[in-house]
Design a protein around this ligand. Structure first.
Ligand code: DX5
Ligand code: ZN
Length: 218
């Protein structure tokens, strides 16, 4: 079986202690950074200043998930603020292909994603051009929601498409990932799991990460 990367989402961390909260996930592969604009999704999280603070506080790969309208307006700003990867929603732009090209021109890893209600075909035109495909397993906007079970079949389908292409792109899953379902998500073909509330729980991020790793080891 493939080895699975973990990308804790700092959306669920204590922002008053951002530096320590990033240190606590220092053993993870990536830090997942959820940017929400209150228009593409019904919530506002944070933007450029928090990303650049996270960048200064941690050497982790900054995996930036843009839940904003017309993300092409801000790709360069997020790249300059310290993003290593930028993931854009097909529903958020009229020109997903152009947005992906722009991310690559900025020298960053390019990701594409889609909401649970969007047909998977929407990612096909850019599948060969991306470094990452993110399957959303909740409706984006909030941490702590329940995993949508139909997402597993969507992961299997994109796994097959990537394998057919011979693509080594990361297949990421985001939303409601817990120790109870992490193994099943990985078995469906995901290579990177995002987890917010399952990592930044009451007993701290190190314990949360450990529980996810134990669940994946079986
Ligand atoms: C949801 C975000 C997720 C969120 C995941 O809109 O994209 O990254 O932080 O949180 P959990 O793991 O709690 O579902
Ligand atoms: Zn996310």
């Amino acid at each position: 079986s493939r080895s699975v990367q973990l990308a804790p989402s700092i959306l669920s961390c204590d922002f008053a202690r951002l530096g320590e909260e990033l240190q606590a996930i220092g053993s993870a592969d990536w830090a997942h950074v959820d940017v929400m604009d209150g228009a593409f999704v019904p919530n506002i999280s944070f933007g450029l200043p928090i990303l650049s603070a996270a960048r200064r506080a941690s050497p982790l790969f900054m995996d930036v998930h843009l839940m904003i309208e017309s993300p092409e307006r801000y790709l360069k700003a997020f790249a300059d603020a310290g993003a290593d990867g930028l993931t854009v929603h097909v529903e958020s732009t009229k020109h997903i292909h152009r947005a992906v090209q722009q991310i690559r021109e900025l020298g960053k890893k390019a990701g594409v994603t889609l909401n649970p209600g969007t047909p998977l075909d929407a990612v096909k035109p850019v599948l060969a051009d991306v470094d990452l495909v993110l399957i959303m397993s909740v409706n984006p906007g909030f941490g702590g929601q329940k995993f949508i079970p139909e997402s597993l079949e969507r992961v299997r389908t994109v796994r097959r498409w990537l394998d057919e292409l011979g693509s080594a792109a990361v297949l990421q899953v985001d939303g409601g990932v817990t120790p109870a379902n992490a193994r099943a998500v990985a078995d469906a073909g995901a290579t990177c799991l995002v987890a917010g509330s399952a990592v930044y729980g009451p007993d701290g991020a190190q314990a949360g990460l450990r529980r996810l790793r134990e669940a994946l080891a079986v």
